[in-house]
Write a protein that binds this ligand. Structure first.
Ligand SMILES: [Fe+2]
Ligand SMILES: [Fe+2]
Length: 294
């Protein structure tokens, strides 16, 4: 049964989703200090850092470091989303404010963990952080709906990333696994907010699928701005997140969630976008299966 029949229904739905998110976050309040293995810390003055002190395998260190460096660019993501929703509904603008307060802990938690457990060189990490923030981040997206299609994919990608890496980390450090699962909970609630708004738009007007296809076609995680991102992702595959997980656990899940194959767009552009999305999914699933069987 259709619940979104007009613009008023859509606006009411977005307001309701924001209120639900506010209520949920109040019960999800957490503080990363409670998740740090402080007892493992030692002074860097008496015992300077050396790579031989690493306690985690390389693929896990790179996974944690890459997500930390990605989360770190928060000021630039905030700038983008704030500008994007500036003339839009108030709940969307408010969501960016609550979202930024939730995302803020993630990079801090991961950085503290890496330094405390001596899985990163503190001086080197500080240097890289400065480089990343100086480079910044921007997007070619210019429409609020396209941006929410992007953030739906990105937030779900992040949920799956943290959950899969948490599973892999369990054998090396259960504390790390617990921390990653806690971060994944925040990302899940961001994903829920964005994907339900996109769903409501598609319910109101299936031809808005024309906004979905270009985002899917060009999707790259925000960490893609790191110069060695592709090399990093190749290594991270071993820890549980790669192209196969993206397709099966992110892209396909969203295509099903938005009932893309069942939508009835009226315009030829809408029909074309629907066909392209479904063909694209099949094509990359075939490519991944071929690569796996090599
Ligand atoms: Fe995050
Ligand atoms: Fe998030």
């Amino acid at each position: 049964m259709n619940t979104i029949k007009n613009q008023n229904d859509l606006e009411q739905k977005i307001t309701d989703l924001y209120l639900r998110h506010q209520k949920q976050r109040a019960s999800m309040e957490w503080n990363f200090y409670g998740y740090m293995p402080w007892d493992k810390g030692q002074s860097f003055s008496t015992l300077p850092y050396d790579k031989s002190q690493n306690t985690l395998p390389q693929e896990l260190i790179i996974a944690i470091e890459t997500s930390m460096l990605t989360e770190l660019n928060l000021p630039w993501y905030t700038t983008f989303l704030n500008n994007m929703f500036i003339d839009n509904l108030e709940p969307l603008q408010n969501f960016v404010h609550t979202w930024v307060s939730e995302e803020d802990q993630h990079a801090s938690a991961l950085e503290t963990y890496l330094i405390l457990t001596r899985n990163a060189d503190p001086k080197e990490l500080t240097k890289v952080k400065k480089e990343i923030l100086t480079t910044g981040w921007d997007s070619i997206l210019s429409e609020p709906l396209s941006s929410m299609v992007y953030t739906s994919l990105q937030e779900l990608g992040t949920v799956v990333f943290y959950k899969n890496i948490a599973k892999y980390a369990q054998q090396y450090d259960p504390d790390l696994s617990t921390l990653l699962l806690r971060i994944a909970k925040d990302e899940s609630s961001h994903y829920a907010f964005y994907n339900q708004i996109v769903d409501a738009h598609l319910e109101l007007n299936p031809d808005l699928i024309t906004y979905v296809w270009p985002v899917i076609k060009n999707f790259k995680m925000p960490g893609g701005s790191l110069s060695d991102f592709d090399d990093r992702m190749k290594i991270i595959q071993k820890a549980g997140y790669g192209p196969e997980e993206y397709v099966n656990q992110v892209l396909e899940v969203l295509i099903r969630r938005w009932k893309i194959s069942k939508l009835n767009p009226i315009t030829s552009e809408g029909k074309e976008a629907q066909k392209n999305i479904l063909q694209y999914l099949e094509k990359i699933k075939r490519i991944n299966a071929r690569l796996k069987n090599r």
